[in-house]
Ligand binder design. Structure first.
Ligand code: ZN
Ligand code: ZN
Length: 239
């Protein structure tokens, strides 16, 4: 029996400054790959964002929803479920510095609207606020080495799960993430961190049945159910 595949980590060029693919293009690609659903996780407003800092918080939040809204429109057309989330970057109180990334699920755009302090608060403050309203925090690529990340920084008590397979990271970085999750007994997550559309390999989570909501996907993964699949794109071998 076929599996139901879900993408938990991807970016649109409407909202993520580093994004190379439109929301519609992204969804068309996941449709081609046979995914049942896609969770849009654009970078938060103060991170790698296309949204001008000159605007008010309220205006910026309205623009932030655009990537998701465009993806949802295309998803409704093609029969792919599209979910709203974001990738939060910890800035250590500095713009673009610090750099640890946390996928944040199961909160809506109004939550973001009501939390303008989120971009510059401490990680425990962010975690407390997210968890108070039922949100889920997953440490994205915890062992990523990159210019904007000043150090590998682990915070096992403020997160709900670990992204143990990120299709854009090296085997070493993913292996360390897997060890981290194992030793700390944290639930495992996966994502493609897709910024381009077509990738050689995707990091999917898979289930035996169709999921009714993002909450159900998260609850299943947090309970250790669901499967992590490294899915090759046969149309993009060596790409
Ligand atoms: Zn990015
Ligand atoms: Zn990402």
């Amino acid at each position: 029996m076929g599996k139901f595949l879900y993408e938990m980590h991807c970016h649109t060029n409407e909202v993520s400054r580093c994004g190379k693919v439109s929301a519609a293009g992204l969804i068309e690609n996941y449709y081609r790959m046979g995914f049942s659903g896609v969770c849009i996780t654009d970078h938060d407003i103060d991170a790698s964002s296309t949204i001008s800092k000159k605007l008010s918080w309220d205006e910026r939040v309205t623009l932030f929803e655009k990537g998701y809204a465009e993806a949802k429109k295309k998803g409704d057309e093609l029969g792919v479920d599209v979910f709203f989330a974001w990738e939060y970057s910890y800035h250590c109180g500095l713009q673009y510095a610090g750099g640890n990334d946390f996928l944040t699920y199961c909160l809506d755009i109004d939550w973001m609207r009501n939390h303008p302090e989120m971009s510059l608060c401490s990680l425990p403050e962010y975690s407390n606020a997210v968890h108070a309203d039922g949100g889920v925090i997953v440490h994205a690529h915890p062992f990523r080495e990159e210019g904007y990340i000043d150090m590998i920084r682990l915070n096992p008590r403020i997160i709900d799960a670990v992204e143990v397979f990120n299709a854009g990271r090296t085997d070493k970085e993913n292996k360390m993430a897997e060890i981290y999750a194992e030793v700390y007994e944290l639930p495992k997550w996966a994502g493609s961190d897709n910024h381009v559309g077509k990738m050689p390999v995707y990091g999917a989570v898979a289930f035996d049945r169709k999921m009714s909501s993002l909450r159900e996907i998260c609850d299943e993964l947090l309970a250790g159910r669901g499967e992590i699949i490294k899915l090759q794109d046969k149309d993009n071998v060596g790409g």
